[in-house]
Every structure is written in C-alpha cells, then in structure tokens.
Design a protein around this ligand. Structure first.
Ligand SMILES: NC(=O)c1ccc[n+]([C@@H]2O[C@H](COP(=O)([O-])OP(=O)(O)OC[C@H]3O[C@@H](n4cnc5c(N)ncnc54)[C@H](OP(=O)(O)O)[C@@H]3O)[C@@H](O)[C@H]2O)c1
Length: 246
C-alpha cells in the first residue's frame, strides 16, 4: 500500500469508538492494519468494541484521570501512540432560554475539557516523539443554527483549541487538525432522521441532497491521521455535502 496512507502497525486511539462516526473510524483503521484502541463511557461500548477487534476501554471524557491512564497503558504496551482522534461528544437541542447549569456543564466538560485533557495527556506522554491529533468538531462550530447554542459553543471551542495547540506544539512535532462533519446519520441525529418529514426537509437543504453516513467521513479521517497531511496543521476540514458552501 502507498506509504502515504499506510496504517500497518500504527497505534491509533479513538474516543467514542463504539458507535456512530467513531465506530466507522475504528473499523477503517483496523481494516488497514492499525492497532486501534477505542473508548466509551459505558462498559457495553467497550465490550462491543472488543467483539469487533478493537481494544475497547471505558474512559469517561469527564474523568480527568481516564485518558492519562489509558495513554500510559498504551505507551507501556506499544511504546508509542501514532495518532489520537478525539471523536466522543454529546449534543443537545434544548432551547437557549431553558438551559440549566448542569446540562451546560456536562456538554462543555465532555466536548471541550474532555478533548483538551486527551490532547494534554498525549502531548505529555509523547512530547519527545511528536504526534498527530484529529479533533472532531462540527459545522455548528463555524455557523449559527437554532437550538444548538451550547453545543455550537463547545464545537467552536474545539476548533479554536485545535488551532491554538497546533501553534503551541508545532515545534514539538505535533500536528493537530479539526474535522467538521455536517449532518450525519447516527444516534446523535436519530431524533431528526427518524421522522420522515424532518429528514426530507434536512436533505432538501443539503446541496448533495442526502444526509451523510459515518463512512462518508472515513477518507478525511485517514487523510488527517496519515503522512499524506504531513504539512497541514491547525486547519479545519469540512465534510458536509456542500451544506456550508451555499
Ligand atoms: N452526527 C452528526 O450529525 C455530527 C455532526 C457534526 C459533528 N458530530 C460530532 O461527531 C462526533 C461523533 O458523533 P456521533 O454522531 O457518532 O455520535 P453518537 O452516535 O451519539 O456517538 C457518540 C460517541 O461518543 C461517546 N461518548 C459520549 N459521551 C462520552 C463520555 N463522557 N466519555 C466517553 N465517550 C463518550 C459515546 O460512547 P458511549 O455510548 O459509551 O457513551 C459514543 O461512542 C461527536 O463529537 C459529534 O459532536 C456529529
């Protein structure tokens, strides 16, 4: 296989890899010969990953000790971690005027602090070797949308975090880029895609006239994780069927 896209024996850690977008990523890297570790917040998620050949671990993004512990385990076992993909995240369609402190805290803790903690743990464990980080943000981190206030703020935070760390850590050989999906059919969007009327309205608004599938993001993730993007850092890659090009 072309060296640019070879993942044979590369060690990759993907958060939220038991379902949805993270699962599609985990399967794609596994299929290409990578040693894939995946996380979830629940034991069932870890068991499910172990069943399809991924090293599944429970590592809650809101637990400050979870990712340092897992990255230590990976370093002790393999002596390296080639790429970290921060994919886990939660959303909400609570109207802004109804948001309560605890829901706001949970989203920001999972989506922003969780990503930061994972990046920091990887950097500390790997600072002499450099590394590659892909942070899954969202087009909602770039553009306004109703009923997405705190989620949008969290994803805008992920994009800015990616840019800032890319600059701070470039001299240590770390590359960080953000991947911004558009509307993708997963559990996260099931409440909308499950209703035919909402689904067709959403599809109508997308230039490619279809909602994306997790597999539609795999090529972009492989690119950002691979040496094919070796001169790219601090950037945002949008994969949305043309939604934000309008
Ligand atoms: N679907 C879309 O349209 C869309 C669009 C733009 C961006 N995104 C982003 O893409 C990423 C994946 O989304 P998805 O659609 O695949 O969502 P999903 O199907 O709801 O999956 C979310 C994943 O995140 C994990 N997760 C949630 N909270 C966690 C926590 N506290 N600790 C560890 N893992 C946790 C879940 O694992 P457990 O089940 O074990 O908790 C699950 O694997 C998210 O960051 C999301 O914001 C999605």
């Amino acid at each position: 296989m072309d060296e640019l896209f070879s993942f044979q024996d590369r060690v990759i850690l993907i958060t939220g890899a038991g379902r949805g977008i993270g699962k599609a990523f985990a399967e794609a890297f596994h299929k290409r010969g990578a040693i894939v570790y995946g996380t979830g917040s629940r034991k069932e998620s870890a068991d499910h990953m172990n069943a399809f050949g991924i090293q599944g671990r429970v590592a809650d993004a809101t637990d400050p000790d979870a990712m340092p512990g897992l990255i230590d385990e990976i370093m002790q076992t393999h002596g390296k971690l080639d790429c970290l993909i921060n994919n886990s995240g939660i959303s909400s369609d609570t109207p802004a005027s109804f948001f309560k402190e605890d829901e706001m805290e949970k989203i920001l803790n999972t989506n922003v602090k969780g990503v930061f903690r994972a990046c920091q743990a990887y950097f500390k464990a790997h600072r002499k070797k450099g590394g590659v980080i892909v942070n899954v943000a969202s087009v909602l981190g770039l553009y306004g949308f109703p009923l997405a206030s705190i989620y949008s703020a969290s994803k805008g935070g992920v994009i800015q975090l990616t840019r800032a760390l890319a600059i701070e850590w470039a001299s240590s050989g770390f590359r960080l880029n953000a991947l911004c999906p558009g509307f993708i059919e997963t559990d996260m969007t099931a409440r909308m895609t499950g209703k035919a009327e909402y689904k067709s309205k959403a599809e109508e608004g997308i230039p490619m006239k279809r909602i994306g599938k997790p597999e539609d993001l795999v090529g972009a993730a492989l690119f950002l994780a691979s040496p094919a993007s070796s001169y790219m850092t601090g950037q945002v890659l949008i994969v949305d069927g043309g939604l934000t090009a309008q």
